[in-house]
Ligand binder design. Structure first.
Ligand code: NAD
Length: 400
């Protein structure tokens, strides 16, 4: 099959296996450049391991720390006529490269919110790694829906402001034109459902499942990812439905941290920077904020992608030695460069003065489109996009 990008709204419905493999290799090369992470993780479970921050976490754990990894994700396999999803190809490439490097790597493709997948992951850990083995649990899910494992209720996450509606300029990335977008205020039901999907309850269920079987190692660390962001995105993000879910995730970290202290471990939140991922491109206003931000951060030479952020998380915080440094709220802050006053001042000024005529001058539109396509394996150097490729690629260890 000759595979070309097919972009529909904020997703691309095709993915390129060789391009995704190249993207994985680029990330591995980045991590290897930093050398081995001394005292890094040995056995890591990554939930949400196929794209974005979770994928980069798995790569750093394996290729920086030398860790054995189990990855959990929800991706689509190819049926021969259609390509698989990018996260599927990413995971195929990750497993192949990890195993070639002599590293244990197993993957579970399925719904992480179910008790069933938790039970199967637990069984595999018991059998392959043994008791007291898991020393790192990364929780990096970004999902549109969750069926509650106890009640069977289906919750959908909404991206809406709370209290009252919100209007502002946004960008239509199908034609690169500014538009005014108005979002109605969320109902209480929408807030509750978003908290159910993106809050911390399922993170806690994972930890319960591991703890019940005595699988956590002494000194184990668990980390989930959050976002705060500036005033510009506050109404929709931090003060919106997703912000309520992040409040819940952060409160869960505090609860888990108290439990982890008993095993000399930590449960932490890392506040990461805004980045183009499959999930963040779906949040209204965020892509416009992101392209303004990225222009400024690139001009200052301080821009980072998922792999740079995760590499910094492992080397600069989790495995630095001498304790993990956190801010006064107890959070690891990887968004420090994004939130610098001089960065935010320019972003806010440019947002206020933005028109369709100066979009190219004030934003990194070109970089956004490139990075977006790269998420699906397109536009990578050294990949022949005119070559016939087999879309049906097998994971070495998939457990559906
Ligand atoms: P992403 O869309 O790239 O990755 C989401 C992962 O979750 C994928 O591996 C996907 O397969 C998996 N997943 C989704 N539903 C699942 C399910 N039901 N069962 C199993 N796996 C499932 O997202 P991302 O942007 O990397 O986000 C990861 C975390 O980082 C989220 O908590 C997000 O809020 C946070 N974060 C993101 C940003 C950003 O700008 N992208 C910034 C700060 C924090």
């Amino acid at each position: 099959m000759i595979i070309q990008p097919k972009v529909r709204g904020f997703i691309c419905t095709t993915a390129h296996p060789a391009g995704c493999a190249r993207h994985i290799q680029e990330q591995i090369d980045h991590v290897r450049k930093g050398g081995p992470i001394s005292g890094g993780p040995r056995k890591a479970l990554v939930i949400g391991a196929s794209t974005g921050y979770g994928l980069s976490s798995r790569i750093v754990a394996a290729f920086g720390g030398g860790a054995a990894t189990i990855g959990v994700f929800f991706e689509k396999e190819s049926n021969g006529a259609k390509t698989a999803s990018a996260g599927w190809y990413n995971s195929v490439a990750f497993e192949q490269k990890a195993r070639a490097a002599g590293l244990y790597a197993k993957s579970f493709n399925g719904d992480a919110y179910t008790d069933d997948i938790k039970a199967r992951v637990v069984e595999t850990i018991k059998k392959d790694w043994g008791k007291g083995s898991v020393d790192l649990v990364i929780y990096s899910l970004a999902a549109p829906r969750r069926e509650h494992p106890r009640t069977g209720q289906v919750a959908r996450s909404a991206l809406k402001p709370i209290g009252r509606g919100y209007s502002n300029i946004s960008i239509d990335l199908s034609n690169d034109q500014l538009e005014t977008v108005t979002l109605p205020a969320a109902t209480q039901e929408e807030i509750d459902q978003t908290v159910s999907v993106m809050g911390g309850e399922d993170w806690e269920f994972w930890i319960d499942a591991l703890e019940r079987e005595g699988l956590l190692a002494k000194g184990a660390v668990t980390v989930a990812y959050s976002y705060i962001g500036p005033e510009l995105t506050r109404a929709v993000y931090r003060n919106g439905t997703i912000g309520k879910a992040k409040d819940h995730l952060e409160a869960t970290a505090k609860k888990l941290d108290a439990r982890f202290k008993k095993i000399n471990g930590r449960a932490l939140i890392s506040v990461n920077k805004a980045l183009v991922t499959q999930s963040s491109s779906a949040i209204p206003f965020i892509p416009l904020y992101f392209i303004l931000l990225s222009k400024v951060m690139k001009s200052m030479g301080i821009e980072e992608g998922c792999i740079e952020q995760m590499d910094r998380l492992f080397r600069g915080f989790l495995y630095k030695g001498g304790g993990i440094s956190v801010d006064k709220s107890g959070f690891i802050r990887l968004d420090d460069r994004e939130m610098r006053a001089e960065v935010q001042k320019i972003v806010a000024r440019n947002w206020d003065n933005l028109t369709n005529d100066n979009l190219k001058e004030f934003t990194d539109l070109e970089g956004y489109h490139k990075d977006f396509l790269k998420l699906f394996g397109f536009g990578l150097e050294g990949v022949d996009y005119n070559a016939d490729v087999e879309p049906d690629q097998r994971l070495l260890s998939v457990s559906a």
